[in-house]
Structure formats: C-alpha cells, structure tokens
Design a protein around this ligand. Sequence first.
Ligand SMILES: NC(=O)c1ccc[n+]([C@@H]2O[C@H](COP(=O)([O-])OP(=O)(O)OC[C@H]3O[C@@H](n4cnc5c(N)ncnc54)[C@H](O)[C@@H]3O)[C@@H](O)[C@H]2O)c1
Length: 254
Amino acid sequence: MKELFDLTGKVALITGSGRGIGFVLAKGLGQAGAKIVLNDIDEDRLKQAVALLKREGVDAYGRIFDVRKEKMIQEQVRLVENEIGTIDILVNNAGIQIRAPLEQFKEESWRQILDINLTGAFLTSKTVVQGMIKRKSGKIINICSIQSELARPTIAPYAASKGGLKMLTRGMATDWGKYNIQVNGIAPGYFKTEMTKKLYEDEKFNAWLCSRTPANRWGEPEELIGAAIFLASRASDYVNGHIIYVDGGLLGCV
Ligand SMILES: NC(=O)c1ccc[n+]([C@@H]2O[C@H](COP(=O)([O-])OP(=O)(O)OC[C@H]3O[C@@H](n4cnc5c(N)ncnc54)[C@H](O)[C@@H]3O)[C@@H](O)[C@H]2O)c1
C-alpha cells in the first residue's frame, strides 16, 4: 500500500518555496522520496531553504525565477531537466496578498496579484507541461485558497485570483487529461505563515476565525502535506480537476 504514495525517483518543482507553505510542501514531498527543486524570487531565502532541506536529508536544489517571466521560467526548466531530471510534479504555490478596500485598490496592485497568483501558474504550467505531454505523465497541483470560494472584506482581488486559479485547474485538467496528466488543487483555509502574520497577531481576527472554524484553530502548514502527497502520487491517477479544501471545516459551515 505504501507504494501508492511513494515518490521515489520523481522530480518535483515547487514555486515560491523559499518559505511558508511551499517550503513545508517541498519538505513533505522530499520525505516521500522525490528530488526537490525549490524556487523563489528571493535569493537568500532560497539558499537558506535549500540548505535546510539538505540538512533534513532531502535531495534538494534551488532555482531562481519569477513566475511572471516566461523566458526565465523556460530557461530554468530546461536547465532543471538537463541537470537534475525531467519534472514529474509541479506545485504552483507562489502567491501574494495585498489588502485594501476595493474602491481604493490601486491598478498596479491588482495587476501584481493577478500576474503572480494566476498568470504565474499558467506560465509555469505551460512550460513544464511540454515535457509531461511528451512523456504522457505528470501531476500539477495548484495552491488555491478558501478564497477560491469565499470573499472577505479588503481582499477581493486575491479572491478573484484564487477563484480564477480554481477554474484554471479545471481547464488544465480538461485540456491535459488525455495526456495522462492530473491537475488538481489544494485550497488551504487559514494557516500561520508570513502572509497571514498580521491576521494571527490581531486578537479580534484570531477570536473571530477560531469561533468561525469548526476545528476551532488555525491550520499548521504540515497539515497540508498529506493532500500534496496524495495528489502528487499514483494514488490520485484517476482524480482530475478537483480541489481539496484543507480548512478545518470552514467552508462547510456558516
Ligand atoms: N497562509 C495561508 O493561510 C494561505 C491560505 C490559502 C492559500 N495560501 C496560498 O499558499 C501559497 C503560499 O502562501 P504562504 O502563506 O506560504 O506565503 P509566503 O508569503 O510565506 O510565501 C510565498 C513565497 O512566494 C515567493 N514569491 C512571491 N512572488 C513570487 C514570484 N513572482 N515568483 C516566485 N516566487 C514568488 C515569496 O518570495 C515567498 O517566499 C500562496 O499561493 C497563498 O496564496 C496561503
């Protein structure tokens, strides 16, 4: 049974994995046996993350690129495939959040969110899928959000980007399923990372969130690893175009 979830011999690329959820998922996929290619736009953060994973016994590499820059992605993916191995698993995790009332939201910030959270996943997938199509095999995991379904004040552009990513997941599964490529999403609820630091340091928000969430608490990034291993492994070979909500029950109740 363990073989179903074994990633030995696979190569996984995780975008925006210098810290936070991406880093934890990289560690989990690495511990399940995959060679890990970390990515970030922050060079120091990336170096530290690679060193940390290596210390944990993971076969880890780092590649700097910006998920908004197609040429850069193509160049780095080519190098990865020549030097490390062909990419079997892609996790589109890079993402940002900017909070402001929608009527005051700057166009520049709107574009930044859409470019990284949505277009970035399209450009990276379009590049990596070329090899997957040739090999007739691949797993793509898009890190969506509870905000793929639910809005909240001051984050409408983020919700639009994650709602778009949910539908892009279904679109990718539709176009690429015939090549034996499975594209699914993981939608985290609220997890403690740098992105949500302001929220969990805010007592009022904290109290509201815990009372609103059936699990009564925040999620720990490690709690996303199980869903990632499932969607990256043979165990999910007939699962395509779905989103797994890992949210302590938040989406299921009002
Ligand atoms: N933290 C949560 O509660 C939560 C909930 C739902 C969804 N998510 C999603 O999970 C993903 C990771 O979030 P996190 O909380 O770990 O955030 P984080 O800010 O801790 O980490 C994001 C990483 O992405 C990198 N990055 C940003 N722009 C990039 C780009 N253009 N190219 C490459 N890398 C880039 C950053 O440098 C950073 O290291 C995001 O897509 C986020 O929207 C997070």
